[in-house]
Design a protein around this ligand. Structure first.
Ligand SMILES: Cc1cc2nc3c(=O)[nH]c(=O)nc-3n(C[C@H](O)[C@H](O)[C@H](O)COP(=O)(O)OP(=O)(O)OC[C@H]3O[C@@H](n4cnc5c(N)ncnc54)[C@H](O)[C@@H]3O)c2cc1C
Length: 137
């Protein structure tokens, strides 16, 4: 196990983590993220983004069958749920890539890693490289 030193260790890689890493980079500080699941956290992978994508698709499907305006005949759209889910997964993938490059961070590993606090100033993680580096290259 090697020791690495950062001004800021961010546990998780969700929206809050990105905000913290960007702020650290703005202040010229080094920061590292560690993530035990998937880069991007709840909002990107399981929350806001996928739910809104599928809710909007469901709205379009439902409204086609229940048009709001007189003169529009109800129609049943074809539904391929597998393609809908693939499209949603693609949106998530491209958002994850875009937010990583927009914040000028470098993914250093694709492994996930559960971080544990070893002391007030030390975090233990099997792969601290997981996640992103800000403020230093
Ligand atoms: C279905 C759904 C829909 C939502 N829709 C909206 C919406 O429309 N608008 C909105 O504002 N909010 C929405 N939310 C809420 C939003 O997703 C959360 O508020 C937001 O993701 C919180 O961000 P965060 O960075 O604080 O936490 P998270 O995104 O949850 O990130 C925390 C990360 O830390 C990681 N982690 C935890 N412990 C460790 C450890 N010891 N070591 C390493 N990693 C660790 C976790 O794996 C996780 O990825 C929704 C949530 C859900 C579930």
């Amino acid at each position: 196990m090697t020791d690495e030193h950062y001004d800021l260790v961010i546990i998780g890689s969700g929206s809050t983590a990105f905000a913290a890493a960007i702020k650290a980079a703005d202040l010229g500080k080094s920061a590292v993220m560690t993530e035990s699941r998937t880069l991007g956290g709840t909002c990107v992978n399981r929350g806001c983004l996928p739910s809104k994508n599928l809710i909007e698709a469901a709205r379009i499907y439902w409204e086609a069958e229940h048009p709001r305006y007189p003169g529009l005949a109800p129609a049943t759209l074809g539904l391929n749920f597998k393609e809908l889910v693939s499209g949603k997964d693609e949106v998530i993938r491209s958002y994850r890539t875009a937010s990583t490059s927009r914040s000028s961070m470098t993914p250093t590993s694709s492994e996930s890693s559960q971080a544990r606090r070893a002391s007030p100033t030390r975090i233990r993680s099997s792969s601290m490289a997981t996640g992103l580096l800000a403020g230093r290259s």
